[in-house]
Ligand binder design. Structure first.
Ligand code: NAP
Length: 275
């Protein structure tokens, strides 16, 4: 039986493979993994002895019908070029690097390619995986991606040009939300005598509950705000402050992330010869 290969066991590759195994989206004996630094896999291999560790990229390529390329951005080109020489015909390649376009990848590998943008929060079975396929992707490949990643949260298939904005809201956003909560906590530390642990015990469940309430769809942002921030009350004053600064902050944030992504994409397109 052909395997599902994972090249690169870093932050995202490691999280994704662990999540696919944990949520039963992939049987351990179907997976094969290769990382540049072999030592990084020792602990994982003890935990999942049934996952095969490839001796080399060539070894992984020969044994896989589907390969997830999860190396750092700058290594993708060399890895894919090498893999292309070993993969069986009809093998499905999946990349997770937003700034490398499908048309660039197609210059290196002529078969079926999907680009997905995973999210760190798949570790807890939450979040949205963004997906886009090239024209050679077969129904079975599409089904595999949708079925597997639906087990770790939601899957959203969109056209590739929409990735630029959408990835901000899915893949980058956990870092933004963590920063916002961190700022809230730092301010709270200065305004009372609750310590960090006590504050986390208040902030994190409240954030989680707010998201859950909104996710249930029984109320929207405005509805929730008006239920909490009653006229003349304390919360209303806080909301007023946020409304003074937040729209500008998020406009700036998106201006910066979108233009940074455009610069990086341009550099990548040049490298891949698809300017
Ligand atoms: N982090 C996120 O939240 C996130 C979300 C969506 C997409 N992504 C994308 O995911 C990609 C990887 O990001 P990351 O944060 O996981 O980076 P990372 O932590 O640096 O992981 C990259 C891994 O690839 C391995 N690697 C590099 N070259 C290799 C090669 N030739 N053969 C085998 N393994 C190789 C590295 O091995 P060593 O152990 O030797 O360094 C490392 O373990 C990036 O393109 C990023 O844009 C990341």
């Amino acid at each position: 039986v052909s395997k599902i290969g994972f090249v690169g066991f870093g932050n995202m590759g490691g999280t994704m493979l662990r999540a696919l195994l944990k949520y039963g989206a992939l049987p351990a004996n179907r997976a094969i993994v290769f990382n540049r630094t072999a030592e990084k896999l020792i602990e994982f291999s003890n935990e999942y002895p049934e996952v095969e560790t490839a001796a080399s990229l060539a070894d992984l390529g020969r044994k896989s019908e589907r390969v997830f390329v999860c190396t750092g951005t700058k290594e993708v080109k060399a890895v894919l070029s090498e893999l292309a020489g070993y993969l069986p015909e009809e093998a499905h390649v999946v990349t997770i690097t937003g700034i490398i376009e499908l048309r660039g990848l197609e210059r290196i590998y002529g078969g079926s390619i999907s680009k997905i943008i995973p999210t760190m929060i798949s570790e807890v079975g939450e979040g949205v995986t963004l997906v886009s396929h090239n024209r050679k992707v077969l129904p079975d490949d599409r089904l595999f991606i949708n079925t597997a990643f639906s087990k770790l949260g939601k899957v959203k298939e969109i056209s590739e040009h929409q990735f630029d904005l959408a990835a901000d809201l899915t893949s980058c956003a956990p870092a933004f939300y963590a920063e916002i909560l961190h700022c809230y906590k730092q301010a709270a530390l200065k305004h009372g005598d609750l310590n960090e642990t006590e504050l986390n015990d208040l902030i994190i469940p409240t954030c989680l509950g707010t998201a859950r309430l909104l996710a249930q769809g029984m109320t929207d942002y405005e509805g929730l705000i008006s239920r909490v921030a009653t006229r003349g009350g304390v919360s209303e004053e806080g909301v007023k402050i946020l409304r003074q600064s937040m729209p500008e902050i998020f406009d700036k944030l998106l201006d910066v992330t979108i233009s940074k992504r455009a610069i990086l994409k341009k550099q990548m397109n040049k490298q891949y010869g698809v300017e």
